[in-house]
Write a protein that binds this ligand. Structure first.
Ligand code: IPD
Ligand code: CA
Ligand code: CA
Length: 286
């Protein structure tokens, strides 16, 4: 046996971003090709929390590709974790000190995917010792690829992205999402909508946290907030927003990190206005 036969074959390219782009676009094309063919729809923690064989297949595809390039890297993928917020937090805690950790949401927006509503995405982030250094989000419906590298900016199909310039809430378009553990978050969600809606231009709820963040990064949305997200929903998108000149924090203003579940992301200019309004809403809901 040749000495080289004992060493696993490792593709020599060290371009993390290129691998993330390749994984997201390959998985995205496959997901799109399976649109309308879902055979196994199962529920997770609630009837609203659904998963399909396409979510699982896409995650497998991405895992295999990443490990082909980087066999010693760790992977945190939604479909590899037990359902529910606590399991997600535990899985992140166990993995976040890894030197290199890939964080994958194979389909962000599964509900949309199942209904044929064309607003879903593949989200892939790479964290180095807990700091996100690469974020890639691919929207197969519009063939849009959003890419960010820490300290190097953010791009959509090669063109630099910048957040929007609204300075007032009244000129701002927001998005939000409605978390699955409705029993815990529903009253707070309703109070927030009621408090923010009269102050802003309007609020959308598109159904893909990752794409909402990408849209804040490209300036199509002025801001976005949502409670109860997991690391795979937000890691790539948070870097996109930061690298496009925006601000990401938790809903009380603490800086974003992978463990943050209640996210606020804006163009920066209206961030405090959003946080103040969310605080007014929680005070009024008490
Ligand atoms: C969901 C989507 C949705 C958001 C939920 C997420 P999934 O992710 O991002 O927009 O409101 O909080 O769980 O389950 O489709 O990957
Ligand atoms: Ca998700
Ligand atoms: Ca998902």
């Amino acid at each position: 046996m040749n000495e080289n036969d004992k060493v696993p074959y490792v593709v020599s390219s060290k371009s993390y971003t290129a691998v993330a782009i390749n994984c997201a676009s390959k998985a995205g094309e496959w997901i799109k090709s399976r649109l309308g063919t879902v055979e196994r729809l199962s529920t997770k923690v609630s009837a609203q929390d659904i998963v399909t064989e396409v979510d699982k297949g896409a995650e497998q595809m991405i895992r295999k590709l990443i490990l082909t390039h980087f066999p010693d890297h760790a992977i945190l993928g939604e479909e590899g974790v037990e359902p529910g917020a606590e399991a997600a937090a535990r899985a992140l805690q166990a993995a976040q000190d890894e030197e290199y950790l890939w964080i994958i949401d194979p389909i962000d927006g599964t509900t949309n995917y199942v209904h044929g509503f064309p607003f879903y995405s593949v989200s892939i982030a790479l964290a180095h010792r807990g700091q996100v250094i690469v974020g890639v989000i691919y929207d197969p419906s519009r063939d849009e690829l959003f890419v960010a590298e820490k300290g190097k900016g953010a791009y959509v199909h090669g063109s630099p992205m910048h957040v929007s310039g609204e300075e007032q809430l009244s000129d701002s378009l927001f998005a939000s999402g409605f978390p699955l553990d409705a029993a815990v978050n529903l009253p707070q969600n309703m109070a927030e909508l009621q408090m923010l809606l009269p102050k802003v231009r309007n609020i959308r709820a598109g159904g893909s946290a990752a794409l909402h963040l990408a849209y804040v990064a490209t300036g199509r949305l002025s801001g976005y907030w949502e409670r109860g997200l997991s690391a795979w929903d937000a890691a790539a998108g948070a870097l996109l927003v930061q690298e496009s000149g925006g601000r990401v924090s938790d809903t009380e203003g603490r800086p974003y990190d992978l463990a943050v579940r209640n996210i606020a992301a804006t163009n920066g200019l209206i961030h405090q206005g959003l946080l103040d309004t969310l605080k007014e809403a929680s005070d009024s809901a008490r």
